[in-house]
Design a protein around this ligand. Structure first.
Ligand SMILES: Nc1ncnc2c1ncn2[C@@H]1O[C@H](COP(=O)(O)OP(=O)(O)O)[C@@H](O)[C@H]1O
Ligand SMILES: N[C@@H](CCOP(=O)(O)O)C(=O)O
Length: 291
């Protein structure tokens, strides 16, 4: 038997749609795998009632197929599904690392990124790697077609998860297929600023670099209370706020000692909109741990 703790992740960070991602030091899924003639799946934990155990429909089934590694797979969910915190990616990345070890396949973590992305394709329709890459490699990741670059960084974050569900598949449908060149140029400037901020562990630059006008405006419409939550976080010292992944979580960057105030303000913002929520005071963390 092998066990992996696989972290939540936040993709996009505003200006890096389908490119940027960070591993979060909490919450996380725990995946246990045992050799078996056919793949079977048990799911417990947060939101497990919404997660299929059919290997054709659960992301870990696609990963087991891709590695030719049938197993009994137990998933203890710490990352709620349809959260914008890479819930499906945590399971996919965790299963890839665990099955690779169980069957001694010998793949590196970098080689496991496209394997885990096969799982993402099952749920979102596309094998986007911007969540599975940080879940496996940790830190801040920049994903291009066949290459992922990683940067270790020390950035504190608050991820606020409202009690509403937004599926990644639905949130991908609202992304416009055309953009104004001025908005593209603005986004490139933001993305470059954010990248420098990650390299310097500078929350001001990271927060400023989250600003973009291509994807977030349409996505934020799907999140009840988003504008108020964003304003509340900025008023209490966040340096930047954006939609986490496809939503509905909202991600704020701030100095580590301000996380408590920012988290409380974001919760109040959702409460004012009549939405229950929970907040994770977190930071950019490492990739999945194999035990
Ligand atoms: N192991 C898994 N963990 C989480 N969600 C899963 C898993 N396998 C399949 N799913 C399905 O994936 C969807 C959640 O994925 P997604 O919409 O990408 O949300 P998230 O942003 O939280 O990853 C749900 O429909 C869920 O049932
Ligand atoms: N780049 C993807 C990221 C989806 O992240 P998730 O955590 O919501 O699954 C997108 O924005 O669609």
């Amino acid at each position: 038997m092998r066990t992996v703790r696989a972290p939540a992740t936040s993709a996009n960070l505003g200006s890096g749609f389908d490119v940027f991602g960070v591993a979060l030091d909490r919450p996380a899924d725990v995946i246990r795998v045992e050799r078996a003639p056919h793949t079977t799946i048990d799911v417990t934990g947060v939101g497990s009632q919404y997660i299929p155990t059919d290997p054709e429909k659960n992301v870990v089934g696609a990963v087991a197929d891709a590695l030719n590694a049938p197993a009994h797979i137990e998933i203890d969910k710490g990352v709620r599904p349809s959260s914008g915190l890479g819930s499906s990616a945590a399971s996919a990345a965790g299963a890839a690392l665990a099955l690779n070890a169980l069957y001694e396949r010998g793949h590196s973590r970098e080689e496991l990124v496209p394997v885990a992305a096969e799982g993402e394709a099952v749920v979102s329709g596309e094998a986007h790697v911007d969540n599975v890459a940080p879940a496996l490699l940790g830190g801040f990741t920049v994903a291009r077609e066949d290459e992922v670059t990683t940067v270790e960084t020390d950035i504190s974050l608050v991820a606020c998860l409202p009690e509403i569900a937004v599926s990644t598949r639905d949130a991908r449908r609202v992304v416009p297929d055309r953009a104004d060149m001025k908005d593209v140029v603005h986004t490139i400037g933001s993305a470059a600023t954010l990248t420098v901020g990650m390299c310097r562990s500078d929350p001001e630059l990271v927060g400023t670099g989250m600003d973009e006008r291509l994807v977030t405006p349409a996505r934020s419409e799907l999140i009840t209370g988003y504008a108020g939550v964003r304003e509340a976080a900025l008023d209490t010292g966040a340096t930047g706020v954006t939609v986490s992944g496809a939503g509905p979580s909202v991600l704020a960057v701030c100095d580590s000692e301000k996380r408590g105030r920012v988290a409380a303000a974001m919760l109040d913002g959702f409460e004012d909109a009549g939405v229950e929520a929970r907040a994770y005071k977190t930071r950019v963390g490492g990739g999945a741990d194999l035990f």
